[in-house]
Ligand binder design. Structure first.
Ligand code: G
Ligand code: G
Ligand code: MN
Ligand code: NA
Length: 255
């Protein structure tokens, strides 16, 4: 398709940008981390969000190359924040990782980008979408173990929507569960969603995992999530994903 063809030029033309969205710690109200979300300044179609082109990139096998750009850009941003001289905590930046990246020398890619930008592994967090089938669980487990042992935290994204069995969850070196926003949307209206979120929080607690709620938009959702003991909240209630400069200004405001 035309989009797939144009993707080939997006990297060379420097058309990608990372937007940043805060994750706020329930206990303190402070920013605990930040998720990087890929945007494409398309010359013809304007600003595209990940949902509009990630699957096209996956179809053409460009996700691995774009994924390394994302990791590099996050490391560069971490370097900038560390050098900014502002009173910033050294927030881990979470990048979304597609399954094919795991099988394409992900530990080496990460190591190369960390070294290039001179930042420690604690600068990064990986978000792996649960809805993607992990074909070779043994290989994925050993790759993620290597990454985890280097000091990078790993989150399962969109938790509750996918195919991963609880035994996969037990096998993978996971630190964080991110509750999919579809379960958060109707909290306060839908008793089923309430029960599901409660069950995920309790399971996370039992497995000593941190649990993050995504898609938090209202005060009512926030109140319920606090009652249920969710550790971190992310969503438009606090901030939309923003360009780095705007995020920086916002961060000073929240913290
Ligand atoms: O905010 P946004 O509409 O971009 O997110 C849409 C989807 O795109 C989400 O599933 C998100 O995880 C995914 N996404 C956003 N940025 C990236 C990225 O850098 N890499 C990958 N693989 N997926 C991303
Ligand atoms: O798959 P992943 O969880 O990485 O994608 C997150 C997606 O959710 C992105 O498209 C992001 O822009 C979007 N998002 C973030 N916060 C909210 C929110 O509060 N409400 C809604 N509807 N979407 C959100
Ligand atoms: Mn994510
Ligand atoms: Na998600």
């Amino acid at each position: 398709s035309r989009l797939e063809h144009e993707l080939q030029h997006a990297l060379e033309n420097d058309e990608f940008e990372l937007y940043y969205q805060p994750k706020v710690e329930a206990r303190t109200g402070r920013i605990a981390g930040v998720e990087a979300l890929l945007r494409w300044h398309h010359p013809r179609l304007g600003l595209l969000s990940g949902g509009e082109f990630i699957s096209a990139a996956a179809d053409t096998g460009q996700l691995v190359t774009i994924g390394e750009w994302v990791i590099g850009a996050a490391c560069a941003q971490s370097r900038l924040w560390r050098d900014s001289g502002m009173d910033f905590p050294t927030l881990p930046i979470a990048v979304n990782v597609a399954i094919p990246q795991i099988y394409a020398d992900l530990p080496e890619v990460i190591e190369r980008q960390l070294r290039k930008h001179g930042v420690p592994p604690s600068s990064l967090q990986l978000e792996i979408t649960e809805s993607l089938v992990i074909r070779d669980v043994e290989k994925a487990t050993s790759v993620l173990k290597e990454i985890s042992e280097s000091g990078i935290t790993i989150a399962i994204d969109d938790f509750g929507t996918g195919y991963s069995s609880l035994s996969v969850l037990k096998a993978l070196p996971i630190d964080i569960l991110k509750i999919d926003q579809s379960f958060v949307r109707d909290l306060g209206k839908d008793l089923g969603d309430h029960a599901i979120v409660e069950a995920i929080v309790n399971m996370a607690r039992a497995l000593a995992l941190r649990v993050v709620a995504e898609g938090v938009e209202t005060h009512e959702q926030l109140t319920i999530l606090r009652e249920l003991g969710c550790d971190e909240h992310q969503g438009y209630y606090y901030s939309r994903p923003l360009p780095a400069q705007d995020f920086t200004a916002q961060m000073l405001h929240i913290n």
